[in-house]
Design a protein around this ligand. Structure first.
Ligand code: AMP
Length: 126
């Protein structure tokens, strides 16, 4: 079974300019914007402009140019937010996928969180 992308998801609508966002960085193939409900002083979402649901979808089907652009965009956001190991105190990247990953928006996004100690990676499972 292939990946079935829903082009009505909220990040697709952001990419089409139908709803606003607070942009941190835009590149040829990627967009980074602030999470509407930040969970840390830095909470930025980085998304590819292409129609990919999840990281596994992106890794399987995106051209190398889009993958390189996306990875570089993540690094540049970290630099601009001052959370790199050269200029800051570090960060966490999270990319939720599917039901077990508790993904709310079915367009690939990486959360970049930082600006405070973030605690352990996972809370205990329910
Ligand atoms: P996930 O659970 O990984 O799919 O995360 C989706 C994230 O998108 C959540 O952290 C939401 O706060 C965030 N979010 C939802 N709608 C918007 C929006 N319009 N602009 C920015 N962030 C949003």
């Amino acid at each position: 079974m292939g990946y079935a992308y829903d082009d009505q998801n909220i990040f697709a609508r952001i990419l089409r300019g139908e709803i606003p966002n607070t942009t941190v960085l835009e590149t040829e193939h990627s967009l980074a914007f602030r999470d509407l409900y930040p969970q840390a002083p830095t909470h930025v979402l980085v998304i590819p402009k292409g129609a990919y649901i999840s990281f596994d979808h992106f890794a399987a089907e995106a051209p190398d140019t889009e993958i390189v652009d996306f990875v570089r965009a993540v690094g540049e956001v970290c630099r601009r937010e001052g959370v790199t190991l050269t200029a800051g105190e570090g960060f966490r990247m999270i990319s939720n996928a599917g039901g077990h990953g508790v993904q709310e928006v079915p367009h690939l996004h990486v959360h970049i969180l930082g600006g405070r100690p973030l605690g352990r990676m996972l809370a205990k499972a329910d």
